[in-house]
Design a protein around this ligand. Sequence first.
Ligand code: ATP
Ligand code: MG
Length: 452
Amino acid sequence: MAIITNAPRGTQDTLPSQSYKWQHIEQTALDTARLFGFREIRTPTFEHTELFARSVGDTTDVVQKEMYTFEDKGNRSITLRPEGTAGVLRAALQNGLLNDALPVKASYLISCFRYEKPQAGRLREFHQFGVEMLGSASPVADAQVIAVAKSIFDTLGVTGLRLEINSIGCPACRAKYHQALKEYFYSHQEDLCDTCKDRLEKNPMRILDCKSPVCAEIAKNAPVVLDYICDDCKVHFESLQSNLDAMGIEYVVNPTIVRGLDYYTRTVFEFVATGIGAQGTVCGGGRYDGLIKMLGGPDTPAIGFAMGLERLLLVMEQCGCEFPPEMGCTMYIGSMGPKAALKAVELCAALREEGFYGECDTVGRSVKAQMKYADKLGAKFSCIIGEDELAQNKAKIKNMKTGETQEVSLDSESFVDFIYGGTIDEMVDYTDGLIDLKISQMNLQKKGEEDE
Ligand code: ATP
Ligand code: MG
């Protein structure tokens, strides 16, 4: 039975009491990116394995060790997406997005799958928000993409992230660097892990990214790519920095960040948190000018980033970020008997039509139990409808915090008016701000309409 009541290792549930945090992060990310012109793209959860092997690169940990790959019933090799860029590029090519005005700007919100050793901030199913900008080689684009991430962190109130940038040059300057790296790593060949021994010939830059402590120690003294980049790449990197300066975005140059594949070019960057443990990289991105062509598309420069939302949430909780409160229950309408229950249903519907959370009994509880439940929901107001109330067509609405009551006609209009009505000033003191905000906004709007 345990297999039924335990989720697979490395996966997580987001429970109803926690989902408002995710909604806040997701909405903020999408809205913020929209201010830079990025619109959401949705692509399939799985793609042909070949797409990831080619675009992520078959010398990477992701492709070599971490993919969830299976054969479907039609004998196709399918992989659950380990990241977002490949699917976006595939969709852009398949749907001719690059034939339109460039750059194409797309954002995405996805679950990703990687077979890794689960730990804090490292899961087998995790979530990413990312953006891609296709069709600009200019360093202005790099800076704008970085600014999207920065702006999301700022809007969420995240502090203490360090932006680290680097340039890994272009294929022209890469050759010289590869040569220097190979020479260096060959001199430490015996100590490298088996995977890295393999990478030595094929892709020495990946060794710089290896998680094995021994390899990481060796990598510390390796030649750095910034000493090898050509003049064009230097100018590009300097211009990126002027653009970041112009937006007041602070950064440090970290010459050890790499994305070791040929189609990754020039800018690479990370936002790193100190204090959430080893899994400190919340966001990683960079330029991939050669990738679209490599996938069979037109020669199109591009840049993007992806942020890990589980890690982002960890950072937010650690630095005490505030989440907007959930909308609480505006009114619980209790009832006694079937006729009154129908009335409660009708009045709740009217409240909801105005955008308020109205609740009534859906279980068949006693009145006493209903009121206990209203308390548990944290309802702002409650009332009980019984024989008497139906006969007089009136009910007493109780302010659950102060205990004050007010008699109101048993019809939709009167109930809605009550919510909007004279109680506003005292309600502003309430803790769950969302309802108050909504009411005061609606009142302002109404007042504006009346003034016109
Ligand atoms: P790491 O070096 O931590 O393994 P990565 O280089 O594999 O990260 P990317 O492929 O650049 O990560 O993915 C972008 C972001 O997605 C990371 O910065 C991180 O925030 C998040 N991420 C990556 N893998 C995981 C995972 N297994 N669980 C949770 N978040 C992840
Ligand atoms: Mg990884």
